[in-house]
Write a protein that binds this ligand. Structure first.
Ligand SMILES: Nc1ncnc2c1ncn2[C@@H]1O[C@H](COP(=O)(O)OP(=O)(O)OP(=O)(O)O)[C@@H](O)[C@H]1O
Ligand SMILES: [Mg+2]
Length: 377
């Protein structure tokens, strides 16, 4: 058999066919090379850009330059989500950035820009957050109002069932089952209505994964094999354990529903990766070093749903509510994190990027009293 690498790879061809903007900068951050997607993104040709300094387009105080400089200084790869990129004559856009030093060519940097990623989606989410709040509030109120009459309906169906004959019993059972389904939807809508910020306690992600896995394996995921690849030194994350448990359960349920009946595998992995940051407003950035990935070997997310899977009521399942991933995205956003999805037939991964727990600083007064107590004892 002929090895697929026996023919030399023309990296120029790969470079120019990369779908996302990529560029190489020299030591002074002047353009050395740009791929076709970067030319399109910047509305300029490579010929007109080569040799020109990046800062003539971005200005001196661009976050883009900061990221490149930091990555160059650290000598390692750096990613930053949700960066506002202003580019001479162009409206400001939100992008994800990745910068990496090219070690074989000292001082030179590879820069990747992702304009159509979660960053844009989060931007949209922020814009609509006000509107979403009122819709969510309304839905939660309605859910509350519907619950009482619904309980009446299923109670009445139960009473009827006692005196019903065989044929009618089929109908009363249907009423009860459907009422239970509406109730389950209302429960989920209720969770959206909870706009309080999540608790900020230290949370051990491995405990949550273990517990969720055990309850999944005993129920809806009894047909799948679990594989675990945990980073044992993973620090705590910060947030609300119950809400994060719900997130993992929703992801596991989707993975189990997608995994094949025979040979279904779900992999759970955790890792600590520095270098991913997110803008949290007010010029502040938060690091998201805890990465939790849930992967299944199912057929993948249907292509037509891909752009909207995190929106409420988007579902391909006859009995699905389409609220599972919407809740995942809300809870993770409330925790200051990011959720990403990568899917192809045979391999679908949902990855959570979460912040690390930091000990709160002890207030000055408490520190002083402790010191004086220590001094007198
Ligand atoms: N692991 C996965 N593999 C393939 N498709 C998925 C996966 N996870 C989610 N999807 C797709 O995204 C859609 C939305 O998922 P979501 O969890 O929000 O709702 P649902 O699973 O359809 O309903 P519910 O969560 O109420 O049971 C699913 O219907 C499915 O098409
Ligand atoms: Mg689901």
């Amino acid at each position: 058999m002929r090895s697929s690498l026996s023919e030399p790879i023309d990296f120029e061809v790969i470079w120019s066919s990369l779908p996302e903007p990529a560029m190489i900068l020299d030591k002074k951050n002047q353009f050395l090379a740009l791929n076709s997607a970067a030319e399109l993104f910047l509305f300029s040709s490579q010929a007109s850009l080569v040799g020109k300094p990046l800062k003539t387009f971005t200005g001196d105080s661009s976050r883009l330059i900061d990221v490149i400089e930091q990555s160059r200084k650290n000598g390692s790869w750096l990613a930053e989500y949700g960066v506002e990129l202003s580019w001479r004559d162009r409206p400001t856009s939100m992008v994800d950035l990745q910068a990496a030093p090219i070690h074989e060519r000292p001082g030179e940097m590879l820069l990747l820009i992702h304009p159509r990623s979660i960053a844009e989606k989060m931007d949209r989410t922020l814009v609509h957050r006000g509107a979403a709040r009122s819709v969510i509030g309304m839905a939660a109120m309605l859910a509350h109002e519907i619950k009482n009459p619904l309980a009446g309906i299923s109670g009445a169906a139960q009473l009827l069932e006692m005196s019903a004959d065989e044929n009618d019993r089929e109908l009363t059972t249907l009423i009860r089952e459907e009422a239970a389904r509406v109730e389950a939807i209302l429960e989920q809508v209720d969770q959206f209505g909870d706009v309080r910020p999540p608790a900020r306690s230290p949370v051990n992600i491995h405990d949550i994964l273990d517990q969720a896995k055990r309850s999944a394996a005993a129920g809806y995921a009894s047909h799948v094999r679990f594989k675990e690849e945990y980073d044992p030194s993973l620090p705590m994350t910060v947030g609300d354990g119950t809400q994060l448990m719900q997130v993992i359960q929703n992801l596991l349920k989707n993975a189990a529903e997608a995994a094949p009946k025979a040979g279904g595998v779900i992999s759970l992995s955790t890792a600590y990766r520095t270098g991913v940051k997110i803008s949290i407003g007010g010029g502040k950035r938060e690091s998201l070093p805890l990465h939790v990935t849930i992967t299944d070997n199912g057929p993948g997310v249907p292509e037509d749903l891909k752009p909207n899977i995190f929106d409420p009521f988007v579902t391909s399942k006859s009995k699905g509510t389409g609220l599972g991933l919407a809740l995942v995205s809300k809870v993770i956003a409330d925790h200051g994190g990011v959720v990403e999805c990568e899917s192809e037939p045979g391999k679908t991964s949902f990855r959570l990027l979460l912040p690390q727990w930091k000990e709160p600083k002890t207030p000055l007064l408490e520190r002083l009293t402790r010191k004086s107590r220590e001094a007198t004892s």
